[in-house]
Design a protein around this ligand. Structure first.
Ligand SMILES: CC(C)(COP(=O)(O)OP(=O)(O)OC[C@H]1O[C@@H](n2cnc3c(N)ncnc32)[C@H](O)[C@@H]1OP(=O)(O)O)[C@@H](O)C(=O)NCCC(=O)NCCS
Length: 159
């Protein structure tokens, strides 16, 4: 059973290209290979498959996001990041909970994602959500080169 810390965030879908700036700022603060505006614009066009949810704090500022594809009965989580100064307050927990529920309600049965082997904060978070390591992609990441662990979580419909 997962325990949730209360956090005052509102989760809503990204629907307007103007909101991409907020996502890019968090991308750039979080990843060495951040996605570009064009990549997010292409995702916005890919309706019915690609989704991005934003977490807003009590003042309405975007403090995190999670993007994914729903492909048949699978949810592919592409990106999840939280503004550095808002980390460890339950934002990613709220986002993941929301995204897994959304995916389940769209008919996804299982979810997958990749994570750097050394990314302990993310690995601990995903472990809490019932993800487990199913494979390794050797030297998948660059800047720095590192293996990706492939994680899966079954039973989205079970909550
Ligand atoms: C990984 C990340 C999304 C977590 O976001 P967050 O909002 O800080 O996570 P939460 O506050 O919801 O934390 C939930 C749990 O995850 C684990 N966790 C999160 N950050 C952690 C850290 N720095 N150290 C250890 N455990 C951590 C803990 O189990 C935590 O629960 P606790 O605070 O009760 O101990 C955030 O650190 C981040 O944006 N990192 C950079 C981008 C990234 O690596 N994304 C994942 C790509 S696969």
């Amino acid at each position: 059973m997962l325990r949730w810390r209360e956090t005052d965030v509102r989760i809503e879908p990204l629907t307007d290209p103007d909101q991409i700036d907020d996502v890019l700022a968090i991308e750039e603060a979080s990843f060495t290979n951040p996605w570009s505006r064009d990549m997010y614009l292409a995702e916005l066009e890919n309706r019915g498959v690609s989704y991005c949810f934003l977490a807003h704090d009590a003042t309405g500022h975007v403090v995190g996001f999670c993007s994914f594809w729903r492909v048949l009965d699978e949810l592919h989580i592409n990106n999840l990041a939280v503004k550095p100064e808002s980390r460890r307050t339950g934002v990613a927990t709220a986002l993941l909970r929301h995204v897994l529920r959304e995916g389940g309600s769209m008919g996804a049965q299982r979810a997958t994602l990749e994570v750097r082997r050394s990314n302990d904060p993310a690995r601990l978070l995903y472990e809490r959500f019932g993800f487990s390591v199913a494979g390794v992609r050797r030297a998948y990441y660059t800047k720095p080169v590192e293996d990706a662990l492939v994680l899966w979580r079954e039973g989205l419909a079970d909550g």
